[in-house]
Design a protein around this ligand. Structure first.
Ligand code: GDP
Length: 469
C-alpha cells in the first residue's frame, strides 16, 4: 500500500526530513524511510501541503491479487425514450428479483447475472446523465459502459446528443439501445441513420458501436442487450484488487429516521468490511451494517457489488469517494482537513473583488492565463475547456500554452502580463520556483482533476480576483 517515504518525498520534490516533519506534525511517524506511507496518510499530507496527490492503488503491486470485475453500466438518453422502463425490465432479470418474492430494495444499482455463467453486469439504477456527470465532476466516474437509449419511433433528440457528448467526453464505450421497437410507427432504419449522422459509428455501417433493438414492454432484445454489454465490458479487461486500497463512489445518500445517515454505493477496488473506518467525501464513520439489493446483511462487500452502508456520522453527497482508513482519529483528521481546505477555498473566492477604480478599465472583464500541462494533448484539452468558461461579461484568453513543469520563464511572462500560471497534471514546482512566484506576486494554480481547475478559474472570473493570493 502506498509508496515508500523516500519515493513519496521525491514525488513531492521535498527532502525526506522535511516530509518527516510534516508527518510528525500530523502525529504520524514511520520506522524507516523505506517503509511504505499508507495511502490515507499520503492524502493527509496532500491536504496539509495543499497539493493534489493522485493516490491510486498500485494494481500491479501484486499480480496474484488481481481479479476480474464485472462492468458497471449507466443508461442515458432523451426524456420519454424508455430509460426507466428499460431499467425496470432489466431489473426483473436481476439476481435479487429472482430470489424469494422478488422484492428488491432500491440501492442505486442492481446486478444482472446472465444464464449459463455467461457473465454479469451492474446497472446504475438512476437514468439520465445528471448523476453520471456529477460523478465525473468529482473525478469519480463509476461507469464502465454506457447505454444510449434512442426511441425507434422518435429518433435523435437534443438530450440524445447531450448524453452522447457526455459518454464520449468520458471516453466510455457505448452500446445503443433502440427502444420501443414494437411501436407501429417505429422506423429503425431512419433512426439509425440519424445516429450515424451524429457521428456514432454503428457496427452495421462499418463502425464499432453495437445497436440493439429492444422492446422493454414485450421483453424483447433484453438478453441481446445484456450480452452485448458483457462483451463490451469484457473487452475492457476490468481488473481489480480485493485486498488493496478501498476505492468507491456514493450513488445516493439520505438521512433515515431510524438508522441515521444511509449511503448506497459501489466499490471499484478493495473490500469494505463491517466495523471498518471509512471516509466518505467530507463525512466519516464506522461501518455498522452493509446490505445488498436483496436486503441481505453482509459482513463485507467487494467491487461492483451495489451496497447500502449505515454508520456514517453525516450524510455524504452522490459522487463522493469512499475510502477505508485505519483509525477513527485518522478518518476524523482527513475530514477536518478536507473541510478546512474547502473553507479556505471559499473564503479566498469570497474576498472582495478590487473596487472599480482600482481596476484598470483595459483589464476589467478579461482574464489572461498561462497553461502548462504534462503533454500537448492535455494542454489543448485544458485550453479548450478554459475557453468554454468565457462569458459575455468576462473573457478568458490563453496567452501561452506549454508542456512540462512550471519554469522561471513562465513566471517572468506571468509577471509581465499579470496572468496566473495554470498547471494541469504537472509536478509541484521546486521551492526556488515557489519562492520566486511569491516575490513576483505570480499566482500558480495546480490541479490534477480538470473540474477542480475549472472551478478555481471560474471563481477568478467571477470576481476577477487580484493576482496576489
Ligand atoms: P424515460 O423518460 O426515458 O425514463 O422513459 P420511460 O421509461 O418513462 O418511458 C416513456 C413512455 O414510453 C412510457 O409511457 C413507457 O410505457 C413507454 N415505453 C417505454 N419503453 C417502451 C417500449 O419498449 N415499447 C412501448 N410500446 N412503449 C414503451
Amino acid at each position: 500500500e502506498g509508496s515508500t517515504l523516500t519515493a513519496f518525498a521525491k514525488e513531492l520534490e521535498m527532502e525526506v526530513r522535511d516530509l518527516e516533519q510534516v508527518l510528525a506534525n500530523l502525529g504520524e511517524s514511520l520506522a524507516s524511510s523505506e517503509d511504505a506511507v499508507p495511502t490515507d496518510v499520503m492524502e493527509l499530507v496532500g491536504l496539509e501541503l495543499n497539493v493534489d496527490i493522485a493516490v491510486t492503488p498500485d494494481l500491479n503491486a501484486d499480480v496474484k491479487e488481481l481479479v476480474r470485475r464485472r462492468g458497471v453500466v449507466a443508461v442515458m438518453g432523451h426524456v420519454d425514450h424508455g430509460k426507466t422502463t428499460l431499467l425496470d425490465s432489466l431489473r426483473k432479470t436481476s439476481v435479487a428479483a429472482g430470489e424469494a418474492g422478488g422484492i428488491t430494495q432500491h440501492i442505486g444499482a442492481f446486478v444482472v447475472e446472465l444464464p449459463g455463467g455467461n457473465g454479469s453486469l451492474t446497472f446504475l439504477d438512476t437514468p439520465g446523465h445528471a448523476a453520471f456527470s456529477a460523478m465525473r465532476q468529482r473525478g469519480a466516474s463509476a461507469t464502465d459502459v454506457a447505454v444510449l437509449v434512442v426511441a425507434a419511433d422518435d429518433g435523435v433528440m437534443p438530450q440524445t446528443r447531450e448524453a452522447a457528448a457526455h459518454i464520449q467526453a468520458a471516453g466510455v464505450p457505448m452500446v445503443v439501445a433502440l427502444t420501443k421497437i414494437d411501436r407501429e410507427n417505429a422506423d429503425p432504419q431512419r433512426v439509425k441513420g440519424e445516429i450515424v449522422s451524429m457521428g456514432i459509428e454503428l457496427e452495421e455501417f462499418g463502425g464499432k458501436v453495437q445497436c440493439v433493438p429492444v422492446s422493454a414492454i414485450a421483453g424483447e432484445g433484453l438478453r441481446e442487450l445484456e450480452e452485448c454489454l458483457v462483451l463490451e465490458a469484457e473487452s475492457l479487461e476490468l481488473m481489480t484488487s480485493l485486498t488493496g486500497k478501498v476505492d468507491g463512489v456514493v450513488l445516493e445518500a439520505k438521512l433515515d429516521k431510524g438508522q441515521g445517515p444511509v449511503a448506497t454505493g459501489l466499490l471499484k477496488a478493495g473490500t469494505l468490511k463491517v466495523g471498518s473506518h471509512v471516509v466518505v467525501g467530507n463525512q466519516y464513520g464506522r461501518v455498522r451494517s452493509l446490505r445488498n439489493g436483496a436486503g441481505d446483511s453482509l459482513t463485507h462487500i467487494g467491487p461492483a457489488e451495489p451496497f447500502e452502508l449505515v454508520g456514517l456520522k453525516g450524510v455524504p453527497s452522490a459522487g463522493d469517494s469512499i475510502t477505508m482508513v485505519h483509525s477513527e482519529s485518522r478518518a476524523k483528521r482527513i475530514c477536518e482537513a478536507r473541510a478546512e481546505r474547502e473553507a479556505a477555498l471559499k473564503s479566498a473566492s469570497a474576498e472582495p473583488a478590487p473596487s472599480q477604480s482600482e481596476v484598470n478599465p483595459e483589464e476589467r472583464g478579461h482574464l489572461n492565463v498561462i497553461v502548462k500541462a504534462d503533454v500537448q494533448g492535455t494542454a489543448e484539452a485544458v485550453r479548450d475547456a478554459l475557453l468554454g468558461l468565457s462569458t459575455d461579461a468576462v473573457g478568458l484568453k490563453v496567452v501561452f500554452m506549454g508542456v512540462g513543469a512550471i519554469t522561471e520563464s513562465d513566471l517572468n511572462l506571468s509577471a509581465a502580463i499579470g496572468a496566473p500560471v495554470l498547471g494541469f497534471n504537472v509536478r509541484e514546482p521546486p521551492n526556488s520556483i515557489a519562492k520566486m512566484a511569491k516575490q513576483k506576486g505570480v499566482r500558480i494554480v495546480r490541479h490534477r482533476v480538470i473540474y477542480h481547475l475549472l472551478d478555481e478559474v471560474g471563481e477568478m472570473l467571477t470576481g476577477l480576483a487580484p493576482m496576489e493570493e
